[in-house]
Ligand binder design. Structure first.
Ligand code: HEM
Length: 133
């Protein structure tokens, strides 16, 4: 049951990662106009899902072992980077949804860079978390 729970959380977490990075890349390099706002909304939702499923890993471990995962050093550092990416990534995509109609074309383009790069950074951090924990 425990393994099934971890696997289901991981499945949603992995799909969330694909959506965040995929939408970020598409919004930055290919999408145009009003369509970008919809993409930013999808990305904001995916950031929330990542935060919830990321926390669910810890809660599952706590439920079964009555303590949080025993991680140190690099693993803690990259976990904090991931959490920062979730917070900042969500702020960027949510503010894009709300304020994008007031953005100039240049600001709009620049804005998509962090929306893409926070996802890339979180993905790189995931690799370090995997092998340093
Ligand atoms: C609150 C933020 C987050 C937390 C607490 C969190 C936590 C975790 C944990 C505990 C794992 C399992 C690590 C292991 O296999 O030992 C994991 C795996 C993973 N996370 Fe996150 N995560 C967060 C955000 C993100 C974000 C934003 C992304 C990507 C955009 C991401 C992508 C991944 C991927 C791809 C894996 C699978 C790594 C592998 O097994 O190779 N995570 N995450």
């Amino acid at each position: 049951m425990q393994s099934l729970l971890y696997a289901l959380i991981q499945a949603i977490h992995n799909i969330g990662a694909v959506v965040i990075v995929g939408v970020g890349a598409y919004g930055l390099f290919f999408a145009i106009g009003e369509y970008r706002r919809l993409l930013a909304g999808v990305q904001a939702f995916a950031w929330v899902i990542q935060g919830i499923t990321g926390g669910a890993f810890g809660l599952t471990t706590f439920h079964y072992y009555h303590q949080l995962p025993d991680i140190h050093g690099t693993a803690i550092a990259v976990l904090l980077i991931k959490i920062a990416c979730v917070i900042l990534g969500f702020i960027f995509s949510a503010t894009y949804v709300i304020y994008c109609t007031r953005f100039s074309k240049t600001i709009e383009k620049i804005y998509w860079w962090p929306m893409f790069m926070f996802g890339v950074l979180a993905l790189i951090s995931a690799a370090f978390l995997r092998w340093f924990s």
